[in-house]
Design a protein. Sequence first.
Length: 276
Amino acid sequence: MVKTFVINMSENDKIEIEVETGVSDVEESPDRHAEKKTRLLKAALTEFAAEGLAGARTDRITGAAGVNKAALYYYFGSKEGLYEAAVEMSAVQIRDSSLAVLADEAATPGEKLMRTALNHFDRILTQREFQSLMQQEMIRLHKGESKTAETIVKKVFVPVIKVYEALVREGVATGELIAVDWLQMHLASLGANVFYFLSAPVFRMILDRDPLERTELVARRWGLLEFLGQAIFCDRGRGLELAAKIFADTPMPEIPAGGVCLGQGKGTKGLGTKGQ
């Protein structure tokens, strides 16, 4: 099944991004087999995120899913096949969420970019399993062990980055955004989020307070928008107005039980932190 996202760039110009929905389609089917696959994928997502590919146990996955091991091998062929399908399912859901923000017809390019940055911050904050799996894949990719990373890049990152580039170019062309390299704007908008969460243990020692405590996270969400409003807009006053609007209509998501975790899985041991 193919899903189409239409991104209106201007009155007479638009981008259509067609993406394969992949394994996430099983949730849309009432079929009994699809329902079993969905349960297996959800259970696998939790197990792989927590234990890594090597440490995950198929008996724990099938037990949590309420199916026998034969079903796992029937649907996915192997533990590795289940891992790849679970990672892809999680990544496709993140991609669709990102494209939905970028496809908002009522927003200007600048507003879409700021909403994308905040969506990214909130995703790191709340989507533990996806963050853990992505870190595992980056480690495996550097070791030459990953067979999943290329699929994720093609299905998830390429469609999103193409739309992001087009929006920056449109914003620059219309005079809304400052004329800078689109990739640098992307790195500045999203890279700071990654750095903040990964560096939380160091910031905790430097600042003598917990950067993952709720009040600190609220302040950082506003700081992100405030910075972008004044950094990427030609009209800084307008940028700040949009920042305030976005901050007001996008409440901070609930922090998962147990606090904020980044890189909690054994496959990423030593990379993350946990807020108290």
